[in-house]
Design a protein around this ligand. Structure first.
Ligand SMILES: NC(=O)c1ccc[n+]([C@@H]2O[C@H](COP(=O)([O-])OP(=O)(O)OC[C@H]3O[C@@H](n4cnc5c(N)ncnc54)[C@H](OP(=O)(O)O)[C@@H]3O)[C@@H](O)[C@H]2O)c1
Length: 334
């Protein structure tokens, strides 16, 4: 792939952009995360092709974190390489995010939410990505031992110093979210976005979080919308080689999680998807986007074909009451 990449002129024609809370930013309804498939262990050409194709599909938002790889940090380095090769001329059309929160280096300053860790980690991320600034910098998880004021003022400092344009939080529960949002508001750097886990299989954000975010004018970008691939037709007939569940490099989805109950639910959900002329992945994404509080669905992809399948969800994000009821019944079966 030595050819010079030139983005398609029609790249903005089919993507839907949604306003992120009460901010000036619009995010693509489908964004791409680089948690998996972009580490040094992964195939660089495939990753590069996915990013090129994503941008051609109108995906303007790429989500990273300090620890993405493996090894940790490598996804940011790989992304930097792709940026330099292909997307350098398009920086102002991109929303690039990174995060700090999980273990990144040894000792007491290598994880969680101290000012020391957040600022140092953002500096490292910028260096790895070869960027002057990220568009969004997140506190990746709440810190039970650091005052939320300290963590939020570190985000505020990053924004004021120009290293990040916006601040975000991830994995904060409703109570922690309310406190963080209040502190950021007082500091004058409103929280742009929250990144919670949300899918048909993980419903926690419905217990108060989405309401708070709506009320506070904070956007929501939801991660693992396909439950890491479970909410696709991939595992209906067993565990394919090269799938996330089969790979030893990903301990986050294991074969033992693919239980007969899960497979039975996937099969039934797939039947509804087929009746809607969608793939299961498309229906799972559409099901999230039917809620206008969800700004963007943050998918992962190990191929451009998967990403094309996922963005195809945008063709139909409405559900009849009967479809919603059937889905609910399947999800509640044990
Ligand atoms: N804030 C946080 O704490 C946090 C945590 C986790 C993730 N995230 C973010 O969310 C992003 C997405 O997370 P995720 O990768 O778990 O999301 P996901 O979309 O639920 O799962 C993505 C995986 O599902 C499979 N897949 C995707 N589309 C498919 C399709 N159309 N047909 C069949 N299989 C398909 C692929 O796995 P195969 O390898 O099996 O093909 C792909 O890598 C991450 O990259 C990261 O940016 C954030």
């Amino acid at each position: 792939m030595d050819d010079q990449y030139i983005a398609k002129n029609e790249r903005y024609d089919n993507m839907v952009y949604r306003r992120c809370g009460k901010s000036g930013i619009q995010l693509p309804a489908v964004s791409l995360g680089l948690w998996h498939n972009f580490g040094f262990v992964d195939n660089f050409s495939i990753g590069r092709q996915i990013i090129r194709d994503a941008f051609d599909m109108g995906i303007t938002h790429f989500d990273l974190a300090n620890n993405y790889g493996p090894p940790p940090g490598s996804a940011e380095e790989v992304f930097s390489k792709i940026l330099n090769l292909d997307l350098k001329g398009y920086r102002d059309e991109l929303i690039i995010s990174s995060k700090a929160g999980y273990l990144m280096w040894p000792g007491p300053y290598g994880e969680f939410g101290s000012r020391k860790y957040i600022i140092a980690s953002c500096d490292q991320s910028l260096k790895r990505m070869g960027l002057e600034y990220v568009d969004i910098f997140y506190s990746h998880r709440p810190d039970p031992d650091t005052p939320v004021e300290e963590t939020m003022s570190a985000l505020d400092q990053l924004v004021r110093s120009g290293k990040a344009l916006y601040a975000g939080i991830s994995n904060y529960n409703p109570e922690q979210t309310q406190r963080a949002v209040n502190v950021l508001k007082e500091l004058g750097t409103p929280c742009l976005v929250h990144q919670p886990k949300y899918s048909m299989f993980h419903r926690e954000p419905e217990d108060g979080l989405l309401d708070i975010l709506k009320l506070e004018g904070v956007g929501t970008i939801v991660f693992s919308p396909l439950a890491q691939g479970l909410l696709t037709n991939k595992y209906i007939k067993g565990i394919p080689e090269n799938s996330r569940a089969a790979k030893s490099t990903s301990p986050f989805l294991t074969e033992s999680q693919i239980t007969p109950v899960i497979v039975s639910k996937i099969k039934l959900l797939n039947e509804i998807a087929v009746s809607r002329n969608q793939s299961l992945a498309q229906m799972a994404i559409a099901w999230l986007l039917k809620d206008e509080r969800v700004t963007s669905v943050l998918v992962g992809a190990s191929s451009s074909e998967q990403l094309a399948d996922n963005t195809g969800a945008l063709k139909n994000i409405t559900f009849s009451n009967s479809e919603l009821k059937q889905i609910e019944t399947i999800l509640n079966e044990s």
